[in-house]
Write a protein that binds this ligand. Structure first.
Ligand code: ADP
Ligand code: MG
Length: 552
């Protein structure tokens, strides 16, 4: 504008402007999220001042973000009834990049020890770069703003995002702030009602202030994860689950949890009632089921890196104040903070499932039948032994000493072992019937040892990977057969005599020469004439026989 007072952006700001506009964000649409977040912050500040008696008294209906689109003029306008800005604030907050009036506000709040009326975490801004994202899509931006005090003067700030901006007094400015984005032709889609509605629903469904688009309210779903867990009813969870999980079933288990150490997290995590679909089972499928938020604003839907891969069937929301909104996709992948989130969430989920196992064994068994394969994948993919063992405490198996359908976990198995037993025994077989008749089981059964029965073709791979738990070795029944032990003398009276035996052995050794490691007699078999054993991966025969595509 020719009448406006011209200001140059500071040199650093000019440089950063370029970076923000060209490469900070991977999706252009996030500028909407940034402007709406600022509007919501301004409203929260106004609410706070009102509660503190430092500003005019405001009712809920006075506090609104109102958005309008106009295809013909290619404009998107975001109007809020928040605190507005003085001329000095316009210069310092919009004229200087990386200068966050919001962060300063929160710090003031904290220093003043004034908690009353506002949760500092409801203020979103803290980095002072979000506003400039508008220049990814707009070649001219006008900001009309006026504070809420009676005699306040209104201003209009204008910039093309290149080198300078102008400020002039404006009688068009009403209390609050209005940002008018004049879109570049190639970004005109952001003046389309449906496009903006989609973007708002995606990123801003849960911001504190009410948002209207062309007169219609957009965000009417409560951010459940921010509420006190006790105040949330199962019906609210069911509804919310359908929203965040795009699911038709209900949650089976709900983990609503908050922590401050080692990182600030608020989460609602749902373990689905339905069985896993092919989509979840497919390890390469990519997406996780959990969306990442920061202060109620979406950072990434289905953020695959927030949860460990094996927990990809868990749905819900993770919100962390500690994660910057403008984390790009690449940064999401390997940032240290995300790794920390992942570790915390894995530990919490494992502990949660362990509690379910002991407190609701029946529902836990059902869960295990449907989702046990994921836990096993977790054991295989975990890098540390301690991690493997933690997940392995969630495994439950049938065992030879208990009725079919009854399962025992490894910790209980160990606690029931007689003093004479050192190791944990398991037998992999396709079914209970075959397990009970197995030649590998015969002798352990006679010795009265409880043996875990594993029926899934990948179980043995999992247990071999695990190797041990709580300091006890996990040994397959077949491997045990190969161990040398003080054994009862072979009873000639009941079987072949010495010369018949050596004749048979000579014959077998001849026929099997080069095909097996050794041929031995054993007193361990009574119901079977002979048995083949291998050192490692014994019952992997079952595994090899079935398709590899079933490996988790
Ligand atoms: P951040 O939100 O991280 O602080 P932004 O670049 O988005 O950074 O905004 C910079 C500052 O400009 C904000 O901290 C705030 O002080 C001010 N601001 C931006 N938009 C508004 C608005 N709609 N109303 C009042 N102040 C605003
Ligand atoms: Mg902001």
């Amino acid at each position: 504008s020719s009448t406006g007072e011209q200001h140059q952006f500071q040199a650093e700001t000019r440089m950063l402007l370029d970076i923000v506009a060209k490469s900070l964000y991977s999706d252009k649409e996030v500028f909407v999220r940034e402007l709406v977040s600022n509007a919501s912050d301004a409203i929260e500040k106004a609410r706070y001042l009102s509660v503190q008696g430092e500003g005019p008294i405001l009712g809920e209906s006075d506090l609104l973000v109102s958005i309008t689109t106009d295809k013909y003029t290619k404009t998107l306008t975001i109007q809020d009834s928040g605190v507005g800005m003085t001329k000095e604030e316009l210069i310092s907050n919009l004229g200087t990049i990386a200068r966050s009036g919001s962060k300063a506000f929160v710090e003031q709040l904290k220093e003043g020890g004034k908690g009353g009326g506002i949760d500092p975490s409801s203020i979103i801004g803290q980095f002072g770069v979000g506003f400039y994202s508008v220049f990814m899509v707009a070649d001219k931006v006008e900001v009309f703003t006026r504070t809420r005090s009676q005699d306040a003067v209104g201003y209009k700030w204008t910039s093309d995002g290149c080198g300078s901006y102008t400020i002039e007094e404006s009688s068009d400015a009403v209390p609050g702030t209005q940002v008018v984005c004049h879109l570049k032709t190639e970004n005109r889609e952001f003046s389309d009602d449906d496009t903006i509605k989609g973007v708002l629903k995606k990123y801003s469904s849960f911001v504190a202030a009410p948002i209207e688009l062309n007169g219609q309210q957009i965000n009417n779903i409560q951010p459940l994860w921010m509420l006190e867990p006790k105040s949330v009813t199962p019906e609210m969870h069911n509804e919310f689950y359908k929203f965040v999980g795009s699911s038709y079933d209900n949650p089976r288990f709900i983990l609503h949890y908050r922590t401050d150490v080692p990182i600030d997290l608020r989460c609602v995590l749902y373990f689905p009632e339905g069985k896993p679909g092919l989509f979840e089972l497919n390890r390469e499928g990519g997406d996780g089921g959990v969306s990442l938020y920061s202060r109620r604003v979406l950072i990434k839907n289905k953020a695959e890196s927030v949860m460990p891969k094996w927990l990809r069937f868990v749905k819900g929301v993770v919100d962390s104040e500690d994660i910057p909104l403008n984390l790009s996709r690449e940064m999401l992948q390997d940032s240290a903070i995300i790794k920390r989130v992942r570790t915390v969430l894995q530990n919490r989920c494992v502990r949660f499932l362990a509690e379910k196992q002991s407190k609701e064994p029946k529902s836990y068994q059902e869960f295990f039948e449907d989702y046990g394969i994921f836990l096993k994948e977790g054991i295989i993919t975990a890098t540390e032994q301690i991690e493997k063992e933690e997940i392995a405490r969630l495994l439950v198996y049938e065992s030879s000493s208990r009725p079919s359908g009854d399962r025992i976990n490894l910790t209980d198995y160990i606690s029931k072992m007689p003093d004479t037993q050192q190791d944990i025994y398991y037998l992999a077989a396709p079914s209970r019937e075959l397990a009970e008749q197995s030649p590998y089981f015969e002798e352990l059964k006679r010795r009265g040892i409880d043996v875990l029965f594993c029926y899934e073709n990948y179980d043995e791979v999992v247990l071999m990977q695990l190797r041990q738990i709580n300091g006890r070795n996990i040994v397959s029944a077949e491997k045990d057969m190969r161990r040398d032990r003080d054994e009862a003398k072979y009873d000639e009276a009941k079987g072949l005599d010495k010369s018949e035996t050596s004749g048979l052995m000579d014959y077998l050794k001849g026929v099997l020469a080069g095909k097996c490691w050794a041929v031995k007699t054993t007193p361990r078999l009574k119901a079977h004439p002979c048995v083949v054993t291998v050192e490692e991966m014994a019952s992997a025969r079952h595994f090899v026989r079935t398709q590899f595509s079933q490996i988790p």
